[in-house]
Design a protein around this ligand. Sequence first.
Ligand code: PGA
Ligand code: ZN
Length: 437
Amino acid sequence: MTAIETINGRRVWDSRGNPTVEVDVVLQNGVRGRAIAPAGASRGRREAVDLRDGGTGLRGMDVRRALGNVNGPIAAALAGRDADDQAGADAALRRLDPSPMFEVLGGNATVATSLAVLNAAAADARKPLWRHIADHYGTGPRLPLPEIQIFGGGAHARERIDIQDLMIMVPGATSFDEVMEVTSAVYFAAGDIMAAKGRLAGIADEGGWWPLFDSNEEALETLIAAIEMAGETPGERVVISLDIAASEFGRNGRYRLALEDCDMDTGAMIDMLGRWLDAYPIASIEDPLGEDDVAGTIEFTRRFGDRVQIIGDDYLVTNAGLVEAAAEAGACNAVLVKVNQAGTVSAAVATFAAARARGWGAVVSARSGETEDVAISHLSTGLGGGQLKVGAFQRSERMVKWNECLRIQDELGADAFVGGAPLAATWWGRDNRKGTT
Ligand code: PGA
Ligand code: ZN
């Protein structure tokens, strides 16, 4: 065993220019591990708290309290512990703050600490992080199937359109390199289309094109046009993935698309999404209904769960217990795994495992506020058989994650790419050409 000697938190800055928590863990033999907490903008109500100082300085976003927790009680509780005992370190964090959402320590303090411990243990074992994760938790390392954003929306684009993420997946690719090439072509085709319409207006928070559209469906039509302009047949090698993030515009069973000035109840919302599933080759859809609309999510899953991956993000907040309850109730068939929603590596891994044990998909995901931290590329590879959602095909806090997967591919071999397998139960289980649903 190698014991933790010191834990040191410092303030660094994320991709939106907000302060965030970085943690260095140094072991008694001098080996180090480092991690940075990301930050969401469309947050689930039940996810781990992103502890901010409030007040007027730095728009209330400073993290001095969270850093004080790292350098004070957390450092004291973890010093002397075996770095390779991740479960023990995470349990110690839990004992310090038993509140379900880490309201006392802050999920930003705990997630950076937990991931830094993991990195230190991997470094101490002289293993790349993905290998360390695979050896501890995995079923065999596989490079994930990416979901890559082409247009940003919702909370990442000042609600310019209501839908949050319009993405593509390339389940028909045979290598991770091929995914990158196809995505590059679609991404730049989408930019060219926007420019030709006089609607190129920069990018949203995760690097997707700014959504200067007159309706939400125009965004979908433009995505189809971009896929075609890139030389692809929508629904063959390339499919669409959406994050509706419906909690952002739906409450108490009412959904309001501001762009179309359209007010709907749950049934009308489900019907509208069903029409989209019929009209477009959508293989995956995240948070189709609000996080409080469990009955709606169950109904949506009953109607469409055999033909589309239905991911719970705000609804399930990387919580194994919520995944188990949702699976029992027949709500969703996949979960988004964001380590900072759970607050610790152990809880995130348990969520991934709970999903896979029920035959669900599991998508490891970045947040809209990101940094140079690449742990999620390793996590999705190490856990195996999964998917990875990082944002768009632009901006280094996004590209660094895709590039890290390419480096892992060099070590692991190109045939370690999982391909379309994660969508096998839904997309590849039916005739997937447009208009044949
Ligand atoms: P967030 O959203 O990181 O801004 O909360 C990402 C997502 O909804 O998947
Ligand atoms: Zn989401």
